[in-house]
Write a protein that binds this ligand. Structure first.
Ligand code: FES
Ligand code: FES
Length: 966
C-alpha cells in the first residue's frame, strides 16, 4: 500500500508516493536519486546514512519515510552552493566544513564522508566551538574504516573556526597545511588535496551501489546456512508460479564458462555457484534475478533446496586430523601450501644463546569491515560484457570474469566505481561472477548490492594464525637465532592463502639481522570462510610473535627494549634471512632514534603515574610498549609490473591514464603528483582517467603497498617519456620549462625565445590502451627487480622494504581488564613522502585497524555478521597519534618513495600488547586482548578472586570482552 508523503529535502518541497514504511534512505537514494546518502549496514550501526532531520542527525536507514512526513531533511547534496547532486561543485562553492575535510585529508575512500559531514553539521550548529571530546561525541555514531578519525576531528575543529559551516563560506584551503596548487616541479612533497576529493566531500562520487541503469534487474544470491553440506535444488516451477515477475534462478549449470575462479593460476578452486556441496557458511548456491521490488518480496526459504548437513571442519587441528575429510583433492591433508625460509643452523644457536625466549601466539578471523559492502552492475554490450564494480584489481577481475563467461579477456571491460574501502578484501571477486553471468544470459543490466551480513559471511578475512616461536641472543644483546612455525587457517578456498604462506617466512624474524633462522608456515583448509588478503598478508600476526620475543630477550639481558631492537636493526649492508643484501633505504635505526625521546619520556611518566595510582588505590595502570616492523613492497618474488601512460591532446590537455585504482589510499593523487613533476608541469593541469580496463593499461592491483613504488615509478617514467618527446620536438635541452594550453605546448629555456609546438598539427597517436586523442603519448613501465626464492627461501623477494616502529601508551583497568590506548607515536621510513597528508592518513588508518586487531576485532561465523556485534574502533577509541616521517630515500623509488599502506598497521598490535604487559605485568599473545582475556590473565597472575565488574566510565561495548551473540 502506498501513500503520498510530503517532505522538504535540502530546502525543496518534495511529494512522493511510496510505501509509508519504506526507509528514508531508500527514498532518498533510489526514488530521489540523492545517492550522496550512503548505506553501509541498513541497521543503524555504521552511520553512513546520517542526514539531518529537522536539524538533528538521524540514521536514514532506520527512519520510515512516514515518520519524516512534513520534516526538513538535509543531505550532503545540500551543503555546497552548486550541489544538485549531479554536478561537481567548484572548491569555492563547497561549505566551509567540506573544504576543511578536503584540506585536512579527512576523506580517504569517502564512503563515510557524507555521514560524517552531516553529523558534524549537527554538532557545529549546536556547538560552534566544540572541544575534542565534543567532536568525538558528535561523530560517535558514524564509523570510518580508513582514516583513523584523527584528520576528521582536525577538519571539524578547523571548520569550527569559521563562523558558518552549514551554508557556504570560503576558507582558503580549510587548513594551514594544505598546498592546493604547487608550482611545476613542486608537486612531490606537497600536501595536495586529493585529486578526486571534491566528489567525495560533495557526495557525488559514484560507489558500487549508486547507479541504476535503465531496465536494470536486481540479483540476490541464496547462501548456505551450513558450514558443510550437500544439497540439491528441486523443481523451481512453483517458485516461478508464485512470483510471476521472477526472471531467472541461476544455478551452477548456468555458468557459461569455468565455474572455478581464484587468484593463482594453480588455485582456481572457488565456484561462482556451488555444485552439490558447500564448503563454508555463506557460500552461494543459486541466485535470484528479478525487478528490485519483487526480489525483496521473495524469501530465500521459498527456494526448494534440500540440505544434507555434514560434520564441518572448523579449526586447523581438526583439519589436520588423520580422519578429517579432505576439502580439496589438490590439498592432501588439507594443507594448501607450505612456506619456508632457512639460513644457518638454528638448533645449536638456540641452545647456546645467553638468553632464549619462547612464545605462542593465537589470532582470530578479522573482518575488513569496509563501510561500502560489495556492489556493482553488469551490462552486455553486443558480444562484450561491462562491469561497473567496487574493486582493487580491475585487470585481475577482467581475466577472472572472462574465464567464468568462457570468453576472451578482451571482451570484458571492468570500470571501477569509487571504492568504499578495500584493505585487501576487494582483491577477490564478489558480485562479479553472478552479475556478469546474469547480464550475459539475459542481455539486461543486472545489479547486486550485498547486505552487510552477506558481505561479512561471504567475503574473505584475515587469516587466523597459530604461531610458535623461539629466539636467542648473546650476552651483548645480539640476536643469534629465530625459529618460528605458523599455521594459517585459509578457510574453504585458496584465495590469497599462498601469498600469506610465502610472505610470512620472509618477515617472521622481524626487521632484524639474525644469522640463524628457520621459519615454516602452512596454509590449512577448513570449512570456515575463505581467508585472503588483509593489509599485511599475515605479517601483522607474525609481528606479534617476533616483538614478544624481542621484549623477552631484552628483559632477560636487562637491556632497554628500544635499545635491544636498535642493536639488531637491519641496516644498509645487512644480509636478511633470505640472503638478500640491503643496499639503501633501510631506515629502521633512524625510526628508533626518532622514538628515543618519547620512549624515555613516556616510560618515566608511566612509572610516576603508576606509583601515584598505587598510593591512592586506583586500579588503573599505565604502560608503554614498542613494536617494530619491516615490509617488502610488492609481490613476493613475482613479477608485478605497472604500466602508466600520459597523453597530450590537441587542446594541450595532459591526461594521465592510470590503472592504479584509488581505494581511498590516495593512489590517484600520488600518480598525478609524480607524473606532473616528471613532465615538469603543475599538477593542476593534469587530467586523470583512472582504472577503466578499456582506457588504461594494466597497473596491477592496489595491494601489497605497491602502488606508490611500482605504479609511481611507471608514472614517473611516463612523465619523463612525454617530456623527452616534447623537448625533442622543440629541440631544446633538459632544463627547459614546458607550458601547456590553448592547443599548444610552449617550451622555453634560458638561451632562446620560447618554442611553440602547435599540437593540432601533430597526428593522433593511438596506443593499444586507448589513450584516444593523444598526439603525444608518454609510456612508463616498471616491474620491481626480484629473484625467485629457492627451496630454503633464499633469494631477493622484494626490491625494497618499508621500515617503522611505534610506541603505544595504554591505560589498563586491572579490575575490569579494559585497555584504553592513550597515545601512539609512529615513526615510519617511507623513503619519500610524496604527499605527507596522505602518508599521515595511511598511518592513522593503519594504527586504528591495528588497535582493532589488538583489542576488539574477532569474526565468528554466524555470530558477528553485522557491525553491531563485530566491533571496530570508533572515533572515541582512537588515541592521539604522533607521526614522525623518516625519509631515507629509496634510490629505486619514484623520487625516493616506497609505500606505507600496510606497514602502518604491522607494529601497532605488538606495541599495544607490550604496553599492556608493561602496565599489567601479563603478556597476552591471544588477540584480540578482550577485557575477559586480560582480566583472566591478571587474575591468574595475582590470584585476585573478585574483579570489579561494570563501571559507568568504561566503554559498555567492551565490558564482556566477547562478541554478543547475533
Ligand atoms: S546504513 Fe544506516 S546506520 Fe548503517
Ligand atoms: S574514508 Fe571513512 S570509511 Fe573510508
Amino acid at each position: 500500500m502506498t501513500a503520498w508523503i510530503s517532505l522538504s529535502v535540502n530546502g525543496a518541497p518534495i511529494v512522493v508516493e511510496v510505501d509509508p514504511m519504506r526507509r528514508l534512505a531508500d527514498v532518498l537514494r533510489e526514488d530521489l536519486g540523492l545517492t550522496g546518502t550512503k548505506v553501509g549496514c541498513d541497521a543503524g550501526d555504521c552511520g553512513a546514512c546520517t542526514v539531518l532531520l529537522d536539524g538533528r542527525q538521524a540514521c536514514a536507514c532506520l527512519v520510515p519515510v512516514a515518520q519524516a512526513a512534513g520534516a526538513d531533511i538535509r543531505t550532503v547534496e545540500g551543503l555546497a552552493r552548486a550541489g544538485s547532486g549531479e554536478s561537481l561543485p567548484a572548491i569555492e562553492d563547497l561549505s566551509g566544513l567540506q573544504q576543511a575535510f578536503l584540506a585536512a585529508g579527512a576523506a580517504q575512500c569517502g564512503i563515510c564522508t557524507p555521514g560524517m559531514l552531516m553529523a558534524a553539521s549537527d554538532l557545529l550548529d549546536r556547538s560552534p566551538t566544540p572541544s575534542e571530546r565534543d567532536i568525538q561525541d558528535g561523530l560517535g555514531g558514524v564509523l570510518c574504516r580508513c582514516t583513523g578519525y584523527r584528520k576528521i576531528v582536525e577538519a571539524v575543529a578547523a571548520a569550527a573556526t569559521t563562523s558558518t559551516v552549514g551554508a557556504v563560506t570560503t576558507v582558503t584551503g580549510g587548513s594551514d597545511t594544505a598546498d592546493v596548487d604547487p608550482p611545476a616541479r613542486h608537486a612531490v612533497g606537497a600536501r595536495l588535496p586529493k585529486v578526486d576529493g571534491i566528489e567525495r566531500v560533495a557526495g557525488t562520487a559514484r560507489f558500487g551501489a549508486d547507479s541504476q541503469p535503465d531496465g536494470m534487474l536486481a540479483l540476490r544470491a541464496v547462501r548456505s546456512p551450513y558450514s558443510r553440506a550437500r544439497f540439491t535444488i528441486g523443481d523451481l516451477g512453483p517458485l516461478f508460479a508464485r512470483h510471476p515477475g521472477l526472471v531467472r534462478v541461476l544455478t551452477a549449470a548456468d555458468i557459461p564458462g569455468q565455474n572455478r575462479y581464484g587468484i593463482y593460476p594453480t588455485g582456481k578452486d572457488q565456484p561462482a555457484l556451488a555444485e552439490r556441496e558447500v564448503r563454508h557458511r555463506g557460500e552461494a548456491v543459486c541466485a535470484l534475478v528479478a525487478e528490485d521490488a519483487l526480489l525483496e518480496t521473495i524469501d530465500d526459504r521459498e527456494v526448494p533446496i534440500r540440505w544434507e548437513p555434514l560434520p564441518p571442519v572448523l579449526d586447523m587441528a581438526a583439519a589436520l586430523a588423520v580422519d578429517a575429510p579432505t576439502l580439496h583433492e589438490h590439498a592432501p591433508g588439507n594443507v594448501l601450501i607450505e612456506g619456508r625460509v632457512a639460513r644457518g643452523d638454528v638448533a645449536p644457536a638456540l641452545s647456546a644463546g645467553a638468553a632464549t625466549a619462547d612464545v605462542e601466539v593465537e589470532t582470530s578471523f578479522v573482518e575488513h569491515a569496509y563501510i561500502e559492502p560489495e556492489a556493482g552492475y553488469a551490462r552486455r554490450v553486443g558480444d562484450r560484457i561491462e562491469l561497473f564494480v567496487s574493486t582493487q584489481t580491475p585487470y585481475m577481475d577482467r581475466d577472472e570474469v572472462a574465464l567464468i563467461l568462457g570468453v576472451d579477456p578482451g571482451r570484458v571491460r571492468i570500470v571501477p566505481t569509487a571504492c568504499g574501502g578495500g584493505f585487501g578484501g576487494k582483491l577477490d571477486l564478489s558480485v562479479h561472477p553472478l552479475i556478469a553471468t546474469a547480464a550475459w544470459l539475459l542481455d539486461r543490466p543486472v545489479r547486486a548490492v550485498w547486505t552487510r551480513p552477506e558481505s561479512m559471511a561471504a567475503s574473505p578475512k584475515r587469516h587466523p594464525a597459530r604461531i610458535r616461536a623461539s629466539a636467542s641472543a648473546d650476552r651483548e644483546g645480539h640476536l643469534t637465532a629465530v625459529r618460528l612455525h605458523g599455521d594459517f587457517d585459509t578457510g574453504a578456498y585458496a584465495s590469497w592463502g599462498p601469498t600469506v604462506a610465502n610472505r610470512v617466512p620472509v618477515h617472521a624474524m622481524g626487521p632484524y639481522a639474525v644469522p640463524n633462522v628457520l621459519v615454516t608456515t602452512r596454509a590449512i583448509h577448513t570449512n570456515n570462510p575463505p581467508a585472503g588478503a588483509f593489509r599485511g598478508f599475515g605479517v601483522p600476526q607474525a609481528a606479534i610473535a617476533h616483538e614478544a620475543l624481542m621484549d623477552d630477550l631484552a628483559a632477560q639481558l636487562d637491556i632497554d627494549p628500544l635499545e635491544f631492537r636498535y642493536r639488531n636493526a637491519l641496516r644498509a649492508g645487512s644480509t636478511t634471512a633470505t640472503g638478500q643484501v640491503l643496499r639503501a633505504s633501510v631506515g629502521l635505526a633512524a625510526c628508533l632514534d626518532a622514538l628515543r625521546d618519547p620512549w624515555a619520556r613516556l616510560r618515566t611518566a608511566t612509572s610516576a603515574w603508576n606509583e601515584r595510582a598505587e598510593r591512592r588505590g586506583d586500579p588503573r595502570r599505565h604502560g608503554v610498549g614498542i613494536g617494530a616492523m619491516w615490509y617488502g613492497i610488492g609481490n613476493t618474488s613475482m613479477t608485478n609490473p605497472s604500466t602508466i601512460e600520459l597523453g597530450l591532446d590537441r587542446n594541450g590537455v595532459a591526461t594521465l591514464y592510470s590503472g592504479a585504482v584509488d581505494i581511498g589510499q590516495g593512489a590517484s593523487t600520488v600518480m598525478v603528483q609524480v607524473a606532473a613533476d616528471a613532465l615538469g608541469v603543475p599538477a593542476s593541469v593534469i587530467r586523470l582517467v583512472s582504472g577503466d580496463t578499456d582506457r588504461t593499461a594494466d597497473a596491477g592491483k592496489s595491494s601489497a603497498s605497491r602502488q606508490t613504488f611500482v605504479s609511481g615509478n611507471a608514472a614517473r617514467l611516463a612523465g619523463e617519456d612525454l617530456r623527452r618527446q616534447i623537448l625533442r620536438l622543440a629541440e631544446v635541452g633538459e632544463g627547459a620549462v614546458i607550458g601547456l594550453g590553448a592547443g599548444r605546448a610552449t617550451v622555453a629555456d634560458a638561451h632562446r625565445p620560447p618554442v611553440v609546438i602547435e599540437l593540432a598539427e601533430l597526428p593522433v597517436v593511438r596506443s593499444t590502451d586507448a589513450a584516444a586523442g593523444a598526439v603525444l603519448l608518454g609510456r612508463g613501465f616498471y616491474d620491481p627487480r626480484t629473484t625467485p626464492l629457492d627451496a630454503d627461501g633464499q633469494g631477493d623477494p622484494y626490491e625494497t622494504y618499508a621500515f617503522g616502529a611505534q610506541l603505544a601508551l595504554v591505560e589498563v583497568d586491572m579490575d575490569l581488564g579494559t585497555t584504553k590506548v592513550i597515545q601512539v607515536v609512529a615513526a615510519h621510513d617511507v623513503g619519500r613522502a610524496i604527499n605527507p597528508t596522505q602518508v599521515e592518513g595511511q598511518i592513522h588508518g593503519g594504527i586504528a585497524q591495528g588497535l582493532g586487531f589488538a583489542l576488539m576485532e574477532e569474526y565468528v561465523p554466524g555470530r558477528t555478521e553485522n557491525l553491531h556485534d563485530y566491533l571496530i574502533p570508533t572515533v572515541g577509541d582512537v588515541p592521539d597519534i604522533v607521526c614522525i616521517l623518516v625519509e631515507d630515500a629509496e634510490p629505486a623509488g619514484p623520487y625516493g618513495a616506497k609505500g606505507v599502506g600496510e606497514p602502518a598497521l604491522v607494529p601497532t598490535a605488538p606495541a599495544i600488547l607490550g604496553a599492556i604487559r608493561d602496565a599489567a605485568g601479563v603478556r597476552l599473545t591471544r588477540v584480540p586482548a578482550t577485557p575477559a582475556r586480560l582480566r583472566e590473565a591478571i587474575r591468574s597472575r595475582t590470584g585476585s578472586a573478585s574483579p570489579r565488574t561494570g563501571s559507568a566510565t568504561q566503554d559498555d561495548r567492551m565490558k564482556d570482552g566477547t562478541p554478543r551473540p547475533g
